[in-house]
Ligand binder design. Structure first.
Ligand SMILES: [Fe+2]
Ligand SMILES: [Fe+2]
Length: 445
C-alpha cells in the first residue's frame, strides 16, 4: 500500500482523491500548496505525490524538478496541463497523468504502474519501457471536435512511451481545449488501435475470419510499420505538397496498414506488392496517400472514408502481380494485342484477388476495380459512366493518373508536377473529373 501526498487547493477535489485512494487501503495526506509540500517533503517520505497541474505558490514544473532532485517519490499529475507543460513535465520524469474527471480505475492503474516500475531490479529483470506507438493511432482533430460526445478515449502523444488522455469516452472534447490544440499546431489526437478499428469500421471479426491463425511477432510488426512509414516518406513526398496534410495522410495510412498487418494474411498481401520491384509498392502507397489528400481537400473528415481510400489505393493494382512487370514499363503502342489484353486484365485480377481476401471491405474492392474507369464511360474494364461509379472512385482514378506520372520508381522517371497536370488534361480531357482535379491542384498551391 502506498503512502500518498495529495497537493490540492480545492478541498473537495482533494477529499475525493483521498476517498478513492483510501478505498484501496492507501494512506493519504492532503496539503493545499506545493510550497508547504516542499517543507513537508523535507521532513517526511512519500511514495507517491499527486499534484494538480496548476499551483498558486510554485510553478508546476519547478516543483516537479525539485521533487525529482530531492526525493524518491513518484509524481502523478492531476488535471490537464497545457500541452507544452505536459511534455516538459514528462521529460522531467513525471510518472503519470490522470484526467480531471478521472475514473477510479485510471487512478488505480496509474498507481499500480508506478508500483511495478519501483520494484527493485533484482526482483525482476529490468522491465523494458514499452514502446506504445503500435497501440495508438492518429485521429483528425476536425473529426472529433464537433461531436457532442466521442465514442472513444482521446489522447495526445508525449513520447513513444507516454500517451496522455485528454478526453474520456462518452464526453465532448471541450471547445476551448480543441481551440488551444489548433493554435499549437496539433491537428490530430490519438485513439487506441482497438478504437481505431471501430472508428474505421474494420472489425476484429473480419481479421479473425481470415484463413490463417499465424501471428507476426510484435517486434517484426513494429519493424514492418516503421519501414512502411519510411517508404511512404521517401517515395511519395512531392516538393510543394501541403506539408501538414501530407503528414496527416502519411500517419493515417501507416496506422491503417498497421491495423491490417496484424493479420498475417493481410501482411503477406501487402508485402507481395513489394516482392518483384519497388515500382508497384511505391506506386500503390502513392495512390493511397494522394487519394487521402484529395479527399481531405474535398472536405471529407471521416476516418472511415480515409481508411477505405487508403486500402483501395494500396491494393488497386495488386492484379499486376500476376502479369510480367516489364509489360507495364513498355508504352502502350509497343505492346502486341495479346500483351495489351493481359495488361488490361489487371483490374479484373485485382477484383478477384481482393474478393477472396475476407478482410477487404466490399466497397474497397469496388473502388479498386474501378480505378481505370473514367467520367465519359470510355474507361476499362467495364466502361462505367460517372453515375454508375462508386462516389469515391473518381478520387482513386485521379490519384492513380497523377501518381503514375509523378512518383519515380527505379523503372520510371518522374514528371514535374505542373507538367503532369497538363499531360493528364491533354490525354484525358473531359474524361477527367474536374472536382477532384481542382482539389489535387490545390494541394500544391
Ligand atoms: Fe492500374
Ligand atoms: Fe495504378
Amino acid at each position: 500500500m502506498a503512502k500518498v501526498l495529495i497537493i490540492e487547493d480545492e478541498e473537495e477535489i482533494g477529499n475525493l482523491l483521498s476517498l478513492d485512494l483510501r478505498a484501496k487501503k492507501h494512506t493519504t495526506t492532503i496539503i493545499g500548496d506545493s510550497l508547504s509540500a516542499v517543507q513537508l517533503l523535507e521532513a517526511e517520505k512519500f511514495d507517491i505525490i499527486i499534484t494538480s497541474a496548476e499551483s498558486r505558490t510554485m510553478p508546476g514544473l519547478k516543483f516537479i524538478e525539485w521533487v525529482k532532485n530531492n526525493t524518491k517519490s513518484a509524481i502523478i499529475i492531476h488535471g490537464f496541463p497545457p500541452l507544452a507543460d505536459a511534455k516538459a513535465a514528462f521529460e522531467l520524469g513525471v510518472d503519470d497523468f490522470i484526467n480531471n474527471k478521472y475514473q477510479a480505475d485510471e487512478l488505480y492503474s496509474a498507481i499500480d504502474n508506478i508500483g511495478k516500475k519501483h520494484i527493485p531490479p533484482h526482483a525482476t529483470s529490468f522491465a523494458k519501457r514499452e514502446n506504445l506507438d503500435t497501440q495508438y493511432t492518429r485521429i483528425l482533430l476536425e473529426e472529433v471536435r464537433s461531436k457532442e460526445k466521442n465514442d472513444f478515449d482521446l489522447y495526445i502523444r508525449l513520447s513513444e512511451y507516454k500517451y496522455l488522455k485528454v478526453c474520456n469516452r462518452n464526453m465532448a472534447l471541450p471547445a476551448e481545449r480543441a481551440e488551444s490544440f489548433k493554435k499549437k499546431g496539433v491537428h490530430a489526437l490519438y485513439t487506441s488501435k482497438d478504437d481505431f478499428r471501430k472508428l474505421v469500421n474494420f472489425s476484429i471479426k473480419a481479421i479473425s475470419g481470415a484463413v490463417s491463425n499465424k501471428q507476426t511477432p510484435k517486434d517484426e510488426l513494429i519493424r514492418f510499420i516503421e519501414s512502411t512509414n519510411d517508404t511512404i516518406l521517401k517515395s511519395t513526398y512531392l516538393n510543394g505538397v501541403d506539408k501538414e496534410s501530407f503528414t496527416y495522410a502519411r500517419e493515417f495510412l501507416t496506422s491503417s496498414i498497421g491495423v491490417l498487418a496484424e493479420n498475417f494474411d493481410a501482411k503477406a498481401l501487402i508485402e507481395s506488392l513489394n516482392s518483384k520491384s519497388d515500382a508497384l509498392y511505391n506506386h500503390s502507397l502513392g495512390v493511397a496517400i494522394y487519394a487521402i489528400l484529395i479527399a481531405r481537400k474535398l472536405g471529407f473528415t471521416s476516418s472511415q472514408v480515409f481508411f477505405k481510400l487508403g486500402l483501395a489505393g494500396l491494393f488497386h493494382d495488386i492484379g499486376k502481380n500476376e502479369i510480367p512487370p516489364e509489360l507495364f514499363w513498355k508504352s502502350r503502342p509497343l505492346l502486341t494485342a495479346q500483351e495489351r489484353t493481359l495488361v488490361d486484365s489487371h483490374p479484373d485480377r485485382t477484383y478477384k484477388i481482393l474478393s477472396k481476401a475476407s478482410f477487404v471491405p466490399t466497397d474497397v474492392i469496388r473502388l479498386a476495380h474501378e480505378h481505370h474507369e473514367d467520367m465519359k464511360g470510355t474507361g476499362r474494364p467495364r466502361g462505367l459512366t460517372k453515375g454508375e461509379l462508386h462516389p469515391l472512385s473518381k478520387i482513386v482514378i485521379t490519384a492513380n493518373l497523377f501518381v503514375e506520372r509523378v512518383i519515380k520508381t527505379r523503372e520510371t522517371v518522374a514528371m514535374p508536377i505542373q507538367q503532369a497536370f497538363k499531360d493528364m488534361e491533354t490525354i484525358y480531357g473531359d474524361a477527367l473529373d474536374l472536382e477532384t482535379m481542382t482539389a489535387l491542384k490545390a494541394l500544391f498551391t
